[in-house]
Design a protein around this ligand. Structure first.
Ligand code: YH5
Length: 272
């Protein structure tokens, strides 16, 4: 399968961690992870985003070796059994290299290739890269996020990172942009980003939206617990697509696919 941004794509989340707060570490065993990935593919996922490090505030940092040992067997097994696009969710250059060697064709980096050696790794690997915006680091980002204008500030960040990538030798048409819902943003910031999502279209690049199960949905639904945020998550994904998102990163693939199918019937857009 190849990436075709004319169609809306579903990216299914596969966390290979013992402590993920969105899915409770259910994929820590590689065999279970593969079964869950195959089920997301059956349900309509076009991309599987595989991550071995939790972004949870205060989560244990994971060593490069541990991260590699978690994700590589799953990438290899999926590569052998499916033609789905495999995305590696990491900020570490060595993990990017091993993952692409094992069959990944996309890098999803919540730190937008800012680690030492990450830009260089992405140039050599010549795969799609998703640049996500984040204010602050995992520990501090929710303490007091501040912006002059949240959308304009994120657009300035995108300009700077696109420039850094293209100067390093990454082809512009390999870049995907993501404003990073929940990463150093208040509820008001997240809502403004969702409402004005279309403004990120000005770069002429594909846009990714990750809202699934996040705190903003829990807060809007009166502190709803994580596994009862499905309808809120699907609704948010649909709004993001209507406002210009090309890829939605979700935990609940079947439900999101159904909603996108209804939207497609109205708009004539293709899905997948
Ligand atoms: C994203 O938006 N997000 S990991 C907290 C939750 C539920 C889910 C409190 N990686 C993104 O999914 N990569 C993550 O409940 C991402 N864009 C991209 N590109 C956070 C997450 C989550 C956090």
């Amino acid at each position: 399968m190849t990436i075709n941004f004319k169609n809306t794509m579903i990216m299914g989340v596969l966390n290979i961690t013992p402590d993920s707060f969105s899915d409770g570490g259910k994929n820590f065993n590689p065999a279970t992870a593969i079964i869950n990935a195959q089920s997301m593919i059956r349900h309509g996922a076009n991309i599987i985003d595989i991550g071995g490090e939790s972004t949870r505030p205060g989560a244990q940092a994971v060593s490069t070796t541990d991260e590699i040992n978690r994700v590589i067997p799953v990438i290899e097994a999926l590569r052998q059994s499916t033609d789905v696009i495999i995305s590696i969710d990491t900020s570490k250059p060595e993990v990017m290299k091993q993952a692409v060697k094992a069959g990944a064709s996309m890098i999803n980096d919540v730190s937008a290739l800012s680690a030492d050696g990450a830009l260089e790794a992405a140039v050599t690997l010549d795969v799609e890269v998703c640049l996500m915006h984040r204010q602050g680091d995992a520990k501090t980002m929710q303490q007091n996020p501040t912006y002059t204008d949240v959308v304009d500030d994120i657009k300035s960040f995108f300009s700077e990172r696109i420039q850094a990538c293209t100067s390093a030798g990454i082809a512009k048409d390999k870049i995907i942009l993501d404003p990073g819902f929940g990463f150093g943003k208040t509820l008001a910031h997240n809502l403004e980003i969702l409402k004005r999502f279309n403004e990120f279209k000005s770069f002429g690049l594909p846009l990714l939206a990750g809202l699934s199960r996040k705190s903003m949905i829990g807060t809007l639904l009166n502190d709803r617990e994580i596994d009862s945020r499905v309808i809120g998550s699907v609704t948010s994904a649909i709004i993001a697509v209507q406002n210009g998102a090309n890829i939605v990163r979700v935990h609940d693939v079947l439900e999101t696919k159904d909603a996108l199918t209804i939207l497609q019937a109205l708009s004539g857009d293709k899905i997948g």
